[in-house]
Ligand binder design. Structure first.
Ligand code: SF4
Ligand code: SF4
Length: 381
């Protein structure tokens, strides 16, 4: 967005405050600097070259970029996009990003992942029997299962269960032995120049490996490949899917079959598999899969495009983890079941962290892990 357009949009705000109560960070902090409307005021200062305070800087960096506010603004202001552009402007002015973003970005450059994982251990999730498998980059498939940092290092069961289910369904794919970071963290912290370099290098790697389709396990990677890469990479022509869409296809083709468990579960829609995705939302596929594999599938009181944030979006945990905890705790309080299933490993990671911190007694499970537990039989050999 051009600077003039950003200022024009900000000036069109009529102070109706309809966006305030929709914002999870404002709900838990009651701090106007951490509300959509407050952040627009900070953004205006940034774009008209006024100084901002430390608290205002924090206001910008505690936005999860969940996009909820965009849906409620009566003046159709692109609030989350303006906040992201503010972060980019702060980097241009050498004010941002924060030290925590710089530290994580250095880790990404050094170790090719955003979670300080040992690159040598990237494939530790892979079941031993598959270690010498032909399913690496030399395999003749143009479909890449992209695991991302969270699945590879922090929520490994989301990687291994996705891998095993696809194999059980006879799906033809490969994985990279040395997978790069998708760059979403760098992009959402405002470092556009570095992010663009990463996007181009990754595209070149994908092309060299003959990739035509990427299947992602993480909402953040999916969002980056679907929404962001096409904007910055010339000739981007790679099809992008979430792994649960592929599992759903295999289920419809009767290549995978699930049994109904005797437990009740609740599904949480990650913002980056629904509301935030351009030209795509993945609401029906997980529900059909989970409905067929659980006793009762419950919903949160707000779901689909109105889903609440998990509390971890856009690096907020590193900026102020107390906000992440409160947001996730509010979501837990809305649950009618012990088990919450989600389809983003970052959401699962934060739910696990908050469950531990608050002793809430919740069991977060990544969708393919839940489905693998309830796989009835192998229909394809
Ligand atoms: S994008 Fe989400 S966290 Fe950021 S201001 Fe909007 S509703 Fe609040
Ligand atoms: S909903 Fe839109 S117009 Fe109303 S206060 Fe929020 S940003 Fe301004």
């Amino acid at each position: 967005m051009k600077k003039d357009e950003i200022i024009e949009q900000i000036n069109s705000c009529i102070e109706c405050e309809a966006c305030l109560e929709m914002c999870d960070t404002f709900t838990v902090t009651q701090n106007l600097l951490q509300s959509p409307n407050g952040r627009l005021k900070i953004a205006k200062k940034i774009f008209i070259d006024e100084n901002i305070s430390e608290d205002e800087l924090k206001g910008i960096y505690t936005c999860t970029l969940c996009g909820m506010c965009d849906q409620f603004c009566q003046k159709e202001i692109s609030i989350s996009e303006i906040i992201l552009e503010s972060k980019m402007e702060l980097v241009e002015k050498n004010i941002g990003p924060l030290d925590i973003h710089k530290k994580i970005t250095s880790g990404i450059i050094e170790k090719e992942n955003s979670v300080n994982g040992n690159p040598e251990e990237r494939l530790n999730w892979l079941p031993e029997e598959y270690l010498n498998s032909e399913l690496f980059e030399d395999q003749q498939s143009n479909t890449l299962l992209f695991l991302g940092c969270m699945s590879s290092f922090r929520v490994k069961e989301s990687a291994s269960a996705s891998y095993q289910l696809l194999r059980e369904g006879g799906y033809n794919f490969k994985i990279f032995k040395k997978e790069p970071c998708c760059g979403e963290y760098v992009y959402s912290s405002g470092n556009l120049q570095l992010a663009k370099k990463m996007f181009q290098e990754n595209f070149d790697t994908f092309k060299k490996a003959g990739i035509k389709t990427i299947v992602a396990t993480c909402g953040g990677c999916l969002y980056a490949f679907n929404n962001v890469y096409p904007k910055y990479v010339d000739d981007w022509d790679i099809e992008v899917k979430h792994v649960m869409q592929v599992i759903h296809e295999l289920f419809q083709q009767k290549k995978l079959k699930f049994k109904k468990s005797d437990i009740e579960i609740t599904y949480h829609d990650p913002c980056r598999t629904g509301r935030k995705l351009k030209n795509m939302d993945i609401f029906d596929e997980p529900r059909e899969l989970l409905d067929n594999s659980s006793k009762v599938l419950h919903e949160l009181s707000k779901n689909k495009e109105f889903t609440p944030c998990c509390g971890a979006g856009s690096g907020i945990r590193g900026v102020d983890s107390s906000i992440s905890i409160k947001i996730a705790k509010n979501l837990f309080d809305d649950l009618k079941t012990e088990i919450i299933v989600s389809s983003c490993p970052l959401c699962i990671f934060n739910f696990n962290y908050v469950n531990y911190k608050t002793q809430a007694g919740i069991k977060p499970i990544y969708i393919t892990e839940y489905l693998l537990e309830n796989l009835e039989k192998l229909l394809l050999e």
